[in-house]
Design a protein around this ligand. Structure first.
Ligand code: PDD
Length: 278
């Protein structure tokens, strides 16, 4: 496992950053998580484009272009010799004595880590998982992949204490947005629904590819908000992210989804996604 930090490459044990890093002090930074299969990163361009968009949204000027970021990430991955890897790319605003105001010429800190991809228990895909709903108490810029994840962390750990795999965020009007670290979809009578990609969710890279697979399967796709009662009544529910890919949900707040087993459409979409990234 390998770390790249501002041009330096070495082990996790030897990698250090200043306590004045604004990521450390303020959570002032943006990030991406990318998977590599067989030594090749999947959808790296999509992730780097989103990283640039996140940086722009928080008024951070990146001193690297996408091609430079790409070659840095590829170089660390190759040096790590890890075939099935999880790559974490983080850019913080930079290092300066703690002050909410930042200087316009501050230089961002770039961190890239390459680790063995975490193994997800195959039984979770086979049997499906339970989730709970939770008030969406985040901010108005959920389209930004910020490292400030306090709300997500609190909600996800409440889910863990409740003995379930993920948390589903719900707005005060009952609208389902997304999950603690994934996007959520429902399938009902031929229609696949997921929240539109606006400021209320992170537009997942996996979400986009799953929608592409759904289109090729001829499903009726609606990128529209849906509410909690639709979620409870859906024939199928699943969530997506880069590491998990597609996870079937069989229970929401104690309501059984479908027949309590992963649905056929969910399975087909996951299979289609696996074919795409192979
Ligand atoms: N999280 N929504 C949120 C809030 C997320 O944190 C993530 C991903 C997604 C899915 O995005 P993608 O399909 O591009 O991975 C949606 C990553 C995996 C993480 O924080 O570890």
């Amino acid at each position: 496992e390998l770390v790249y930090l501002n041009g330096w490459i070495g082990s996790f044990e030897d990698a250090y950053i200043s306590v004045n890093d604004r990521g450390y002090n303020f959570g002032d930074g943006v990030y991406e998580v990318v998977m590599a299969y067989d030594g090749v990163m999947f959808a790296l361009d999509d992730h780097l484009k989103r990283l640039a968009a996140s940086a722009a949204a928080v008024e951070m000027d990146l001193p690297w272009d996408l091609q430079q970021l790409k070659s840095i990430a590829e170089d660390v991955l190759v040096k790590s010799s890890i075939k099935r890897a999880m790559i974490y790319i983080q850019v913080t605003r930079g290092t300066a004595p703690r002050n909410h105001f930042f200087e316009p010429d501050i230089r961002p800190n770039l961190l890239v880590t390459v680790r063995y991809a975490p193994e997800t228990d195959p039984a979770m895909y086979r049997e499906g998982v339970k989730v709970i709903t939770h008030p969406d108490f985040r901010w108005q810029m959920c389209h930004v992949k910020t490292i400030s994840l306090q709300a997500n962390i609190m909600a996800k750990n409440r889910a863990r204490r409740a003995g379930v795999a993920e948390v589903v965020f719900v707005l005060p009007d009952g609208t389902v947005t997304e999950c603690g670290s994934s996007n959520i979809f429902i399938y009902q009578d031929g229609v696949l629904k997921t929240h539109p990609a606006n400021n209320k969710i992170l537009a997942g890279v996996t979400r986009q590819y799953v929608l592409q697979v759904a289109g090729s399967l001829g499903l009726d796709i609606k990128e529209e908000p849906f509410n909690v009662s639709e979620l409870f009544k859906a024939n199928e529910v699943f969530y997506t992210n880069t590491v998990i890919e597609v996870m079937p949900v069989v229970n929401v707040d104690g309501h059984v989804i479908g027949n309590g087993k992963p649905g056929p459409v969910t399975t087909q979409l996951h299979q289609g996604f696996i074919t795409l990234r192979e």
